[in-house]
Design a protein around this ligand. Structure first.
Ligand code: DOR
Ligand code: ZN
Length: 359
C-alpha cells in the first residue's frame, strides 16, 4: 500500500550548513541537497561558521556563496557579536531571516554571556523579524526578561529540559511573544546514548535525562512546542574522533522520518507533527511557500537509516541503524521538481533567499 501525503513546504529554521572557512566540513551545495533529500523546501542558516555573520562584509560573502550553490530556498541569520555590532542591524535586516544570539557556549566564538551586554542587541534589532536564541537552563529566564522589556518575538532554539519548558510555558501563559523549537535528537536520545555514540552523541545542548525527554514529549502533546528544528550541524568523522571532538550532529535527513515514526507509533498526532515542520515555522518567520511548493511522503514505506545513503557531506548520523516509517518521494519548489526520492534535479543556485518575502 502507498499512502501518499502532501506537505505544504517544510521549513527548518535552524541549520548549520557550514561552507566558507569550514567548507572542509560541508558546503551550501552539499547541505541544501541534504535538505531536499530530507523533504525540505527551505532552511535558515546560523551565523557561527567562520567568518561569523556579524559584519556587512561577512554577510555579503555568505549571501553570494549560498546564492550560487543552494538547491532549496533559504534564509540566513545575522549574528550578535560580543563587541556589540548592533549598529549594523538596521542595514542588514532586509537581507536576513532574523537575528541569532548565543547566550551559552557552543561551537564557534559567538557568545554573549552577560545580561547587560545583551540589552543593546535586543533594543537595536528592528522587531519585524524574530530573534532566535541559544539559551539553556536559567539563561532562558534571563532572556525572557528582555522579551518582556522589548516585546520582540523570540524563538527559543533547541529546548531540551523540563525546567526550560516550565519557564516558557509560563511565558506563553503570560502572553509573551515567544516560540519553542525542539530537535529530534533531544526527543529520541538520552544521556545514556552517549555511552554507545561517544563523540557522535555530543552536541549543545547536551543529551538529557529520560525525565527531560518525557517532558518534551508532553509539551509537544500539549501544543506548547511550536517547531521541530534539526540543528543540523555536520562535523567530519575525523574531527569527531579527534582529541577535542566538536559539538553537533547532522539532522536534515532524519527529522521528518523520525517524527513520522513517532506519529505512526501513536506518540503524537500526525497533524501536529506536520504543522511543526511546515505551517508553524512559516507562521513564526512570516514566510509563505510559493505556488507549486510541496513534499510528497509515502507513509507506508519503512527503511533503516544508513550512513552511506545520506547526502550530508559528513556521511554519518547518530540514528544510523534506526528503522523509520515514512519516506520522502518528491519535493517540488515553485512548480519545479527538485528531488525524486533519489536524485537532486535542479542546478546549484536554484534556491532563493526568502528574506524579502517575510511579512
Ligand atoms: O551542537 C551544536 N553544534 N550546538 C550548537 O549550538 C552549534 C552547533 C555547531 O555549529 O556545530
Ligand atoms: Zn544550532
Amino acid at each position: 500500500m502507498t499512502r501518499l501525503i502532501r506537505l505544504p513546504g517544510m521549513l527548518d529554521p535552524h541549520v548549520h550548513l557550514r561552507d566558507l572557512d569550514w567548507s572542509h566540513k560541508s558546503t551550501f551545495a552539499s547541505e541544501t541537497a541534504a535538505a531536499v533529500a530530507g523533504g525540505y523546501w527551505a532552511v535558515f542558516d546560523m551565523p557561527n561558521t567562520p567568518p561569523s555573520t556579524t559584519t556587512r562584509p561577512a554577510l555579503d560573502r555568505k549571501l553570494a556563496s549560498i546564492g550560487a550553490q543552494a538547491v532549496c530556498d533559504w534564509g540566513i541569520y545575522f549574528g550578535a557579536s560580543q563587541d556589540d555590532n548592533s549598529a549594523e542591524y538596521a542595514g542588514a535586516i532586509d537581507d536576513v531571516c532574523g537575528l541569532k544570539i548565543y547566550n551559552n557556549a557552543t561551537t564557534g566564538n559567538l557568545l554573549i554571556g552577560e545580561q547587560a551586554a545583551r540589552v543593546p542587541h535586543y533594543r537595536a534589532w528592528p522587531g519585524r523579524k524574530p530573534i532566535a536564541v541559544h539559551a539553556e537552563g536559567p539563561t532562558v529566564a534571563e532572556i525572557l526578561a528582555l522579551v518582556r522589556e522589548t516585546g520582540k518575538h523570540t524563538h527559543f532554539c533547541h529546548i531540551s529540559t523540563a525546567e526550560e519548558i516550565n519557564y516558557l510555558s509560563a511565558a506563553k501563559a503570560d502572553g509573551l511573544p515567544v516560540s519553542i523549537g525542539v530537535t529530534p535528537h533531544h526527543l529520541f536520545l538520552t544521556e545514556d546514548d552517549v555511552r554507545t555514540l561517544g563523540p557522535f552523541g555530543r552536541m549543545k545542548p547536551e543529551l538529557k535525562t529520560q525525565a527531560d525527554v518525557n517532558a518534551l514529549w508532553d509539551a509537544i502533546r500539549a501544543g506548547l512546542v511550536d517547531v521541530i528544528e534539526s540543528d543540523h550541524a555536520p562535523h567530519t568523522r575525523a574531527e569527531k574522533l579527534g582529541d577535542v571532538p566538536p559539538s553537533g550532529v547532522p539532522g536534515l535527513e532524519t527529522s521528518l522520518p523520525l517524527m513520522l515514526t513517532a506519529a505512526h507509533e501513536g506518540r503524537v498526532e500526525l497533524e501536529r507533527v506536520l504543522a511543526m515542520l511546515t505551517t508553524e515555522p512559516q507562521r513564526i518567520f512570516g514566510v509563505t511557500p510559493p505556488d507549486g511548493t510541496y513534499t510528497l511522503v509515502d507513509l507506508d514505506d519503512s527503511y533503516v537509516i544508513e550512513d552511506a545513503s545520506l547526502f550530508t557531506a559528513c556521511g554519518w548520523s547518530p540514528f544510523a541503524g534506526t528503522r523509520v516509517q515514512g519516506r520522502v518521494r518528491e519535493v517540488w519548489i515553485r512548480g519545479q521538481q527538485v528531488f525524486d526520492g533519489e536524485n537532486v534535479l535542479v542546478p546549484q543556485g536554484f534556491g532563493q533567499n526568502l528574506a524579502a518575502s517575510q511579512h
